[in-house]
Design a protein around this ligand. Structure first.
Ligand code: URA
Length: 278
């Protein structure tokens, strides 16, 4: 394109359009016309393998037997089944993080800068689970590092807690481009990992931050404004029950500051539970 001002304006308008639509990174040097490419043959879906008991010993689990296919080339059910198999292998949080770091079944891994696995104290009585990392978390490689994280820290401090006492993670550990909500497929693929993370951390109390964490971990259909503030059971795969409290996501509270009073009530409920008064 020649360098005349009208071309530059058109290019700028196109760029602005993409940024507004949430496109904030380029995955390739050259554009591809996907509509012009020949359609791939649908791949046959392999039947799910029967569930196996997780191996209990030794401490250093052997590498998973099956290697993972690349996300783009595999059926989501197949990838989710492999994710379950891989997550079950982890016998410690360190192993789980290492397995997740090598997992290539979720396409978000390839656009994210870092895996944001966890922050805080994995031995704490409370675990908080959010949705997915944003730009700050992606850059630093830990959950809740940006503005939402700062508000979260203030809410924790208001009930006498900080990150040396709580453990923090997300249902999806890689940043979705443009901070979009993770798709149901991405959540389904990542869910076995967060489920195993909760199982291994074994907190006494689980705080689900926002609708996606609440719906996907607790299996509720209602929106977060209906569900928040009520203790519900979270069942681990190995049959334990953890008391879980859905609450509003700090990013929502930043947008709707008047709703902070509801968040404040939920954090007080957590405090009472920690003190044995609820
Ligand atoms: N929002 C989340 O749900 N998680 C983070 O880590 C940051 C923002």
């Amino acid at each position: 394109m020649q360098d005349d001002p009208s071309n530059r304006d058109a290019l700028q308008a196109l760029l602005d359009f993409h940024v507004e639509a949430g496109v904030d990174l380029a995955l390739d040097e050259t554009p591809h016309d996907r509509f012009a490419e020949p359609k791939a043959e649908p791949r046959p879906v392999k039947p799910l393998e029967p569930q196996r008991e997780p191996p209990r010993a030794p401490a250093a689990a052997p590498p998973p037997a099956r290697s993972l296919p690349k996300a783009a080339a595999s059926a989501p059910e197949e990838v989710a089944s492999l994710a379950r198999e891989q997550a079950r292998h982890a016998q410690s949080l360190e192993e789980l993080e290492a397995i997740l770091a090598g997992f290539e079944g979720c396409a978000l891994k390839f656009s994210a800068k870092n895996l944001a696995f966890a922050d805080g104290n994995p031995g704490g009585r409370v675990m908080l689970v959010g949705e997915a990392p944003g730009a700050d978390e992606d850059r630093i490689g830990k959950p809740f590092m940006g503005r939402s994280g700062q508000l979260l820290d203030r809410m924790l401090a208001a009930v006498g807690l900080d990150r040396t006492q709580v453990y923090v993670a997300n249902i999806v550990p890689w940043r979705p481009p443009g901070n979009r909500t993770p798709t149901p497929q991405e959540i389904a693929i990542c869910k076995p990992f967060i489920a195993r993370q909760i199982e291994l951390a074994a907190p006494e109390f689980l705080l689900c931050l926002g609708g996606p964490a609440t719906q996907n971990l607790l299996g509720v259909k209602d929106g977060i404004l209906r569900t928040r503030g009520r203790w519900l059971p979270y069942k681990t795969e190995d049959g334990r029950e953890i008391r879980a409290l859905p609450t509003l996501h700090p990013a929502y509270l930043l947008r709707q500051p008047l709703q902070k009073r509801l968040g404040w009530r939920d954090f007080q409920a957590l405090r009472r539970a920690l003190d044995g008064n609820d």
